[in-house]
Design a protein around this ligand. Structure first.
Ligand SMILES: Cc1cc2nc3c(=O)[nH]c(=O)nc-3n(C[C@H](O)[C@H](O)[C@H](O)COP(=O)(O)OP(=O)(O)OC[C@H]3O[C@@H](n4cnc5c(N)ncnc54)[C@H](O)[C@@H]3O)c2cc1C
Length: 369
């Protein structure tokens, strides 16, 4: 049996998609994850049309569509009144925005890999020992075989990436000081479950998205969002509550030599826009295409990956940061701007289309080999 040529560090959505798409293109891969089991709770909830397009042909898209439920668009509210609705149903010719928990998306990718005979090695932490013109040497802490050489590493090891740190790649950007509470909570409400809802208050905002017929995901930049839900809405005991901090950062390089960074290892940004997991899956698809392009040598493929993906990452993080800043601001002038601009934008297809294409992952061309 030949040795794997690409090691994938991390079995989150980015690493799983990379393993699947590389294997389907004939590259022998090995995928390891330091965690003993997948995360029980879901961070990402929305699979966007770009992801569904990139995974078409793997069998995963069909299963995501069968299990997920469509979101028709976003409704904006201010002081208990509806400001505007932007419909998203025609953003892509084949696919819409689909609500599916990150845990299920990861499970479907894992099942597709298992069916191809690729099994995640869990409890194995990968670390870079060094690289030269011929290979990258990786230590696998927790594996039976220890240090090995590979043609390339795809480091999908998350926001705190060991590989990014070992390569001393900066992670430039900024973060917001406030914690953002998160709840998955059953609600009795008259809010329409087919739309996501963004509610503005003088002190901040609340985002609501129905996960199923009962449970809603609520995130906010205000301390107690459950006390600010619209009149007539009754919440039960949350099934999950947490809080997170938002940063907007892009790695200064997304490949050095034979090591490429993908997903949160290369970029982090607010969940407003629902891009993190989806952009990571797109990194995986771009890496698989460039690595297997006819005649491509690994070092050239990775250099091209850096050039193309770094530009995409900077653009997406800039746009998501701008949308988040507009949504989060408590400044009365920004609130007035929102009050006027959102209803206006909802009647301007050119403008609302730009916002929707950002959320749908269609704000830049599809990666090509
Ligand atoms: C509240 C919230 C809501 C979100 N909503 C959305 C959304 O709706 N849509 C969306 O697209 N995104 C969303 N995101 C972002 C999304 O969750 C992340 O972008 C996504 O999980 C990134 O995937 P990843 O595979 O790059 O990294 P991760 O999911 O972080 O996976 C990294 C994996 O690497 C492993 N690992 C770490 N170090 C090593 C090592 N040295 N060796 C081996 N394994 C290692 C870890 O155990 C982990 O399993 C949201 C995030 C938050 C916080």
């Amino acid at each position: 049996m030949s040795q794997p040529s690409v090691l994938i560090a991390g079995a989150g959505p980015t690493g799983l998609a990379a393993a699947l798409l590389l294997d389907m293109r004939g590259v022998k891969v090995r995928i390891v994850d330091s965690a003993l089991r997948p995360a029980a709770h879901s961070r990402a909830l929305v699979v966007n049309p770009r992801t569904l397009d990139l995974l078409a042909g793997t069998g995963v898209t069909e299963r995501m569509l069968a299990e997920g439920r469509p979101v028709r668009g976003v409704r904006f509210h201010e002081n208990a009144e509806v400001l505007a609705t932007i419909e998203a149903t025609s953003v892509h010719p084949r696919y819409g925005l689909t609500v599916l928990s990150q845990a299920r998306s990861e499970a479907l990718l894992t099942e597709a890999l298992d069916a191809r005979g690729i099994h995640i090695e869990r409890g194995v932490r990968a670390g870079c020992v060094g690289q030269d013109d011929d290979e990258v040497r990786v230590a696998l802490n927790g594996a039976s075989d220890g240090e090995q050489g590979y043609a390339a590493v795809f480091a999908a090891d998350g926001a705190r990436s060991d590989f990014r740190k070992t390569l001393e790649i900066g992670f430039s950007g900024s973060s917001y000081p406030e914690p953002w509470p998160l709840y998955d909570v059953p609600l009795q409400t008259t809010l329409d479950r087919d739309h996501a809802h963004l509610m503005f208050f003088p002190e901040g905002m609340i985002f609501l998205l129905a996960l199923d017929d009962e449970v809603w995901r609520i995130i906010s930049n205000m301390p107690d969002p459950l006390s600010r839900l619209p009149g007539g809405t009754v919440s039960s005991e949350p099934i999950w509550e947490s809080s997170f901090h938002i940063a907007h950062r892009v790695a200064d390089r997304c490949a050095i030599g034979r090591i490429a960074l993908g997903g949160d290892a290369a970029h982090v940004h607010s969940p407003v826009g629902a891009r993190g997991m989806n952009l990571g899956i797109e990194d995986a698809a771009a890496f698989a295409m460039l690595f297997t392009a006819p005649g491509a040598q690994p070092m050239d493929a990775l250099q091209r990956y850096h050039r193309e993906r770094h530009a995409v990452h900077k653009g997406v993080v800039r746009r998501v940061h701008a949308i988040t800043a507009l949504a989060r601001s408590g400044n009365p002038w920004v609130a007035r701007l929102r009050h006027v601009a959102i209803p206006w934008a909802s009647h301007m297809p050119a403008l609302s289309g730009r916002i929707l294409r950002t959320v749908a992952g269609l704000d830049h061309p599809t990666p090509t080999p």
